[in-house]
Ligand binder design. Structure first.
Ligand code: ZN
Ligand code: ZN
Length: 769
């Protein structure tokens, strides 16, 4: 950050050379400096340089540039992130104007801004009957509008965006070329005369019907299902208070229980249904406009069954603001059929999913789902990072900088890719489960697109250790050096990179999730890794339990309950009667499978422990419709205030400590038989897991002097567990790091993989720091 109050000595005809470091390119920074200089009456120029922006300012009068420097900090564009400002006196040149200099090709790593919600100034104009963009749904300016989803290539200029086909009218062109206008170089600039237009069509016939946006709102109110084209793709929209429409939408999407996101006109509307803290309000209102998961107040049946939170967002495209004028609350769920990416064109078959289509003719270049966030102790916790946040770059610690370009491909479920160039990592939007063919195409489309956009020529590629992942096989086809990283280690590395921890700082990484390929070929998942950027050892892990039926064990939580009962010994098998909604024939078949050890690979999974406990508490569905459903129901149930815990056991294994849950499960069963409330069982279980982390952290501190704990892996999307762990560890003075700008789930693997490669490049390949 800027140290102290910058100020320069004044004199007749003073001038200064200012360099601003950080994320200041592609975020409207140069036009901002231009307007600022004009306001101060300064002459000079501004241009992009390798690591930031360079400014020459001068004043014919004696001047103190301190106020100018402060204004840069205070008024910077919403997306700019300033790391440091340097300033020194420069020769007075007697310039007559202030100009924005063009970026030369290849001069620097040019960033592209994420898509930004419509700003206040544009909204005001849109609602002003005298404005020429009155009620125009594609209004935007230098501070707002589509970016990442419309860029085809760099430099970021109109002909390289999907706006290329729209010829600016002369009033738009005048604004575009006027450096003092707030639409100076706003590439998607448009108006009703020259820009994109909205159409409303019947889905079945494709016939255009009159009435536009107000008619669309009317159709939603009448119980129809609409596809609405936004920034990164189509939403499927209906009235959340119309149960028939909601259940039809669920049928179309083939989702019985998976939560549906809502969009509310404003904070007053959503306050009727959910609780919302000041921090959550800030997230909802931020220019990135994520879906925020909020605690239910008055439940709307059918929107998020069995869970205690609902995901809600505020309008982000001007089109949404106009649509919600007439209906205050809509379901706005991404328009994909099960296991496919969000649709971006009518040609992809959107007409089969709805009654009407509210579309427009500004093409989407890159799809992006809505981002999903929870707020945990005033800090975001990303459930999904996509629209609004991608492709915001991550700076790497200077010791790790390299002149090589790197491509990292992530894992398989909830995949992202990352690229590294010139000290920055860009991580893609959430791409989904690559085992699905359509998602795999989306993955390849994104690898090509980001590579081209940022002009990355990777000298190595990084993937997961899993030999059968699509990403691993894809890496093998590229014909460049290929590194593979253990899954849970990549989780820990992502956090080390994000928090710029010095590469030799040793931490205890608590990496808990469903499944990742282990170094011994088994399925790891409840891991404590001791290490730094350069290597790790397995310090402790959950005891291995068979997964009866392999992948099926992750879908049917009761299978894991049986696996634990079987492991606890023959005397426990009669307790399978607790799984009273499961066909006894199926139970016998799975028990036989466990007995013979067939199709039962071993795993130390934490996710599967949650499944077992959720099933034995009577909370899990017979089959998960979506990943972690049983675990999320267990979390939702944990509402008791009890501080009680269940017993567990930690034994010194050959190489690492082993944590056994036999006693935990045994006591949970006793509680259940005693008629203990599920809320108490669920809370005690969460307390126990937090206690285990504190216990193992204490052992790592005693044996190796560890004081920094990293929490990552999909299990840490569990807010109740996370909050409990944070307070226990901080009470004992541990420094606790967790992902803040990335999701703790497998979306962060590709970022960690970049860290792995950077820490292993030969010294000759390092740039001088
Ligand atoms: Zn604007
Ligand atoms: Zn125009």
């Amino acid at each position: 950050m800027n140290s102290g109050k910058p100020s320069l000595k004044s004199g007749p005809g003073s001038a200064a050379r200012i360099i601003v470091f950080g994320v200041v390119q592609g975020v409207g920074f140069r036009p901002f400096i231009f307007r600022l200089a004009r306001r101060f009456g300064y002459k000079g120029w501004v241009k992009n340089i390798g690591s930031g922006v360079e400014i020459h300012v001068e004043s014919p009068e004696p001047a103190d540039f301190g106020a100018f420097l402060e204004a840069i900090q205070d008024e910077k564009p919403p997306l700019a992130r300033i790391e440091r400002i340097t300033s020194k006196r420069a020769a007075f040149l007697g310039l007559s104007d202030f100009e924005v200099q063009k970026t030369q090709a290849g001069e620097s790593f040019v960033f592209i801004s994420p898509d930004i919600s419509v700003c206040r100034n544009c909204l005001r104009e849109m609602k002003d009957p005298k404005d020429r963009r009155f009620r125009y749904p594609f209004i935007n300016c230098t501070d707002c509008g589509p970016r990442y989803t419309i860029v085809k290539a760099l430099p970021y200029d109109r002909p390289q965006t999907t706006m290329a086909g729209f010829k600016m009218c002369s009033p738009c062109a005048a604004e575009y070329h006027d450096p003092s206008d707030r639409r100076y170089h706003a590439q998607p600039i448009a108006c009703p005369t020259c820009g994109p237009r909205v159409t409303l069509r019947q889905a079945r016939t494709g016939k255009e019907i009159a009435g536009g946006i107000p008619r669309a709102a009317d159709l939603i109110k009448k119980g129809k299902i609409l596809a609405v084209k936004g920034l990164g793709g189509f939403h499927l929209v209906c009235d959340p208070l119309a149960p028939k429409a909601v259940s039809r939408l669920r049928k179309i999407k083939d989702r019985r229980t998976k939560p549906l996101a809502l969009m509310a006109r404003d904070l007053e509307t959503l306050a009727k249904y959910v609780y919302c803290s000041p921090e959550e309000k800030k997230l909802l209102l931020s220019p990135f406009r994520p879906i925020v998961l909020l605690k239910k107040k008055n439940d709307i049946p059918g929107i998020a069954p069995h869970l205690d939170e609902i995901g809600i967002m505020l309008p982000y495209a001007p089109l949404h603001d106009l649509l919600l004028e007439d209906i205050p609350l809509i379901v706005a769920t991404s328009s994909n059929q099960k296991d496919s990416p969000i649709m971006k064109d009518e040609q992809e078959g959107i007409g089969h999913l709805c009654d009407y289509i509210l579309s427009h003719n500004r093409p989407i270049q890159m799809r992006a789902d809505d981002s999903v966030i929870k707020e945990v102790r005033s800090t975001p916790l990303f459930v999904r990072r996509a629209r609004g946040y991608v492709p915001y770059p991550q700076k790497v610690p200077p010791q790790l900088e390299s002149s090589c370009h790197i491509l990292a491909l992530g894992g398989e479920l909830k995949d992202t890719i990352s690229i590294y160039k010139n000290g920055y990592v860009v991580t893609s939007q959430f791409l989904g489960d690559l085992d699905e063919y359509q998602n795999h195409l989306y993955f390849e489309e994104t690898v090509r697109h980001l590579g081209r956009l940022f002009e990355v020529k990777p000298s190595c590629v990084v993937s997961d250790l899993h030999p059968d992942f699509h990403t691993t096989r894809y890496a093998q086809t590229l014909g460049i050096p290929h590194l593979q990283v253990q899954h849970h280690y990549a989780h820990v590395l992502a956090v080390l990179l994000e928090h710029s921890l010095p590469p030799k700082t040793k931490v205890l990484g608590v990496a808990w999730d469903g499944y990742g390929y282990g170094q011994d070929g088994t399925a790891w998942g409840g891991e404590f890794l001791l290490g730094d950027m350069h290597g790790f050892e397995r310090f402790a892990h959950f005891q291995y339990i068979p997964l009866p039926g392999g992948d099926l064990a992750a879908k049917q939580p009761w299978r894991m309950a049986l696996a634990y009962l079987h492991k606890m010994g023959p005397g426990m098998l009669q307790k399978s009667s607790l799984l009273d909604d499961i066909d006894p024939k199926k139970i016998r078949a799975v028990l036989a499978m466990l007995e013979k050890g067939i199709q039962s690979p071993l795993s130390s999974s934490c996710g599967r422990l949650f499944d077992a406990v959720s099933a034995l508490s009577g909370l899990a569905p017979p089959e998960n419709e979506f990943e972690a459903e049983a675990a999320m129901r267990l979390e939702a149930a944990a509402t008791s205030r009890t501080g009680a815990v269940y017993p567990y056991q930690i034994d010194g294994g050959k190489t690492a400590l082993q944590i056994s849950f036999m006693e935990t499960i045994g006591t949970i069963i006793k509680d259940r038989e005693r008629g203990t409330e599920p809320s108490v069982i669920a809370t005690k279980f969460h307390n126990s897991l937090a206690g285990i982390i504190l216990d193992v952290a204490g052992r790592a501190k005693n044996s190796c002097g560890i004081t920094t704990i990293v929490l990552s892996g999909g299990v840490f999307l569990n807010k109740k567990l996370l909050v409990r762990v944070l307070s226990l560890l901080e009470e004992e003075d541990f420094l606790v790091l967790r992902p803040v700008n990335y999701s703790p789930n497998d979306e962060s693997l590709s970022l960690g993989q970049i860290g792995y490669a950077l820490a292993r490049l030969k010294p000759g390949e390092f740039l001088s720091a």
